[in-house]
Design a protein around this ligand. Structure first.
Ligand code: ATP
Ligand code: MG
Length: 268
């Protein structure tokens, strides 16, 4: 199953979730490919794998597609750029800053298929993993649209802020346009929650009340070890397995697995 972690608002925990959900899925016996679709390459760094300077990344596979529009579709296979992470069962498609140039190229492509490049790139590995997790960049640019198009399920982190709510509203207007109506295979979850901000938290939840059935029960609290684990390029289960952050991400993973395991299909 391909799962995108997306919110056009920046800094709401997309990468933190991509890294920790991927690791926790593996801890739960699943195989995972984490695709870093962000030129900031935070997920690539956050897994703590040493990436050599000559390492090819997502941009190399995407640029072949962008230049040649499927003619040489299998010339550079995504399998060639996959790196094994430290945790067995977890692989990475790394990113780098030059992915931005490829995105520019994709923008300029007139192709009918410019929203399908990532989906096409992932096809050769789609059935090699239980889950493919895509860490999306902020914004709703062509790469995010590619990720939405490729996804079987969309996971939306929501911080307790106006910007995050606005981001979700834009995203929920965009998803059906890209996927075709009705697309119900998405869930929102609250992150960076500070329980001391009682009235802000209540306000945000009220604003989302019409989407209540799409909000996961698990909330990810603001937690210092989660931030420190990112600074150390480690997942929370390696950095501080007893922390509240580890418990929260473990609960999130279990809630999602329950949802996804129903018929082994994304819920409708
Ligand atoms: N639950 C949390 N508790 C404490 N710090 C957190 C938590 N979640 C994320 N952070 C920190 O907040 C910052 C932003 O998180 P993250 O990089 O995951 O957001 P993002 O949505 O991927 O950002 P971008 O849009 O730039 O890609 C990071 O410094 C991260 O370490
Ligand atoms: Mg990020």
């Amino acid at each position: 199953m391909i799962v995108s972690i997306i919110n056009n608002k920046g800094g709401v925990g997309k990468t933190t979730t991509s890294i920790n959900l991927s690791n926790c899925l593996v801890i739960n016996g699943k195989t995972v490919l984490l695709v870093d679709a962000d030129p900031q390459a935070h997920s690539s760094r956050g897994l703590g794998v040493r990436i050599k300077s000559e390492q090819e990344t997502l941009k190399d596979v995407l640029s072949i597609k962008a230049d040649q529009l499927y003619k040489l579709f299998y010339e550079k296979n995504i399998k060639d750029i996959i790196i094994h992470a430290k945790r067995r069962g977890l692989d990475l498609v790394p990113s780098d800053t030059k992915l931005s140039d490829v995105i520019e190229k994709l923008y300029r492509t007139n192709s009918l298929y410019r929203e399908d490049f990532l989906l096409r790139c992932l096809e050769p590995v789609k059935f090699d993993y239980d889950y493919i997790i895509i860490d999306c960049p902020p914004g709703l640019g062509v790469l995010a649209i590619n990720a939405i198009k490729a996804s079987d399920f969309i996971l939306i982190p929501c911080e307790m802020s106006r910007g995050s709510l606005d981001g979700i509203a834009d995203l929920l207007r965009t998803i059906p346009k890209v996927k075709g109506e009705p697309f119900k295979k998405f869930r929102i979850f609250m992150t960076l929650v500070d329980t001391r901000y009682i009235s802000s938290n209540k306000y945000v939840m009220r604003q989302l009340s019409s989407r209540k059935d799409k909000i996961l029960n698990t909330k990810i609290n603001r937690n210092e070890p989660l931030n420190r684990s990112q600074l150390s390029n480690k997942d929370i289960f390696t950095f501080s397995p007893q922390s509240k952050g580890a418990r929260d991400y473990s609960a999130l993973t279990k809630e999602l697995l329950k949802l996804w395991d129903k018929d082994n299909k994304p819920p409708s």
